[in-house]
Design a protein around this ligand. Structure first.
Ligand code: PGA
Length: 257
């Protein structure tokens, strides 16, 4: 079985002082855990370097929440993959539903971002997930299937192995509603099957599929116990060190390599 992978997405939250305090608490909290779970945090762009300095000799990966699809140039206000790599990021979230809905990111842009991220040896965390009306009208697999086929377009098996996929039903993000473990597991199986059909069983078994959407210290254990769930992408609960460390500790109990 794979090591579970827990990532905190801090979104557009925290002052610099609060972010540093949180990072220090995570660093100390992680010191008590064996190396049986992978953990990452994704602070705001402008805190990445400070948080990297706090966490650099810990086992916590640093990721960004987004990046631009071009490598460099006249793109005022954007941040490139090269910049992220340069300041110590190992991961980058791509295609989060807030990017898709608020900032109109398309599957084709997301596909380009994944390719650019990979060209800098950043490990993309590709987010997919359906909206409530799509679930209610029975379109979950069609929507997630398209996000995968267009998002992974043109990638080789070796590239796909570097990805983490996060299944985040949009209706569960920040709403306090989680998918039931069964609902989540069904979509995780669909995602793995889709990857298998395109890239073969070996790749499908090697990538980790996280669940995201109102994961907290009360529901994490049950979600993470599902056979197809290899970790969690945690928003709100990752801003509180105790909650996040409890989720990590639940994951550590369930993980074995
Ligand atoms: P949430 O966010 O845990 O606050 O629902 C998850 C996410 O958006 O990644």
């Amino acid at each position: 079985m794979k090591k579970l992978f827990i990532v905190g997405n801090w979104k557009m939250n925290l002052t610099l002082d609060e972010a540093k305090i949180l990072a220090n608490k995570l660093r100390h909290g992680m010191a008590n855990l064996n190396n049986v779970v992978d953990v990452g945090v994704c602070p705001s762009f402008i805190y990445l370097r400070d948080i990297y300095e706090i966490l650099q000799d810990s086992r916590i990966y640093i990721g960004a929440q987004n990046m631009y699809l071009e490598k460099s140039g006249a793109f005022t206000g954007e941040v490139s993959g090269a910049m992220l790599k340069d300041i110590g990021c190992t991961h980058v979230i791509i295609g989060h539903s807030e990017r898709r809905t608020i900032f109109q990111e398309t599957n084709s842009m997301i596909n380009s971002k994944i390719k650019t991220a990979l060209s800098y040896e950043l490990n993309p965390i590709l987010c997919v997930g359906e909206k409530l009306d799509e679930r209610e009208s029975g379109k979950t697999e069609a929507v997630v299937g398209l996000q995968l086929s267009e998002g992974l377009n043109g990638l080789t098996s070796e590239q796909v192995r570097r990805l983490t996929i996060a299944y985040e039903p949009v209706w569960a993000i920040g709403t306090g509603k989680t998918a039931t473990p069964k609902q989540a597991n069904e979509v995780h199986s669909f995602i793995r099957k889709t990857v298998e059909n395109r890239y073969g069983d070996d790749v499908a078994q090697s990538i980790r599929i996280q669940y995201g959407g109102s994961v907290n210290s009360r529901n994490a254990k049950e979600l993470l116990s599902q056979s197809g769930i290899d970790g969690a992408l945690v928003g709100g609960a990752s801003l509180d060190s105790e909650s996040f460390l409890e989720i990590v500790s639940d994951a550590a109990k369930l993980s074995y390599t």
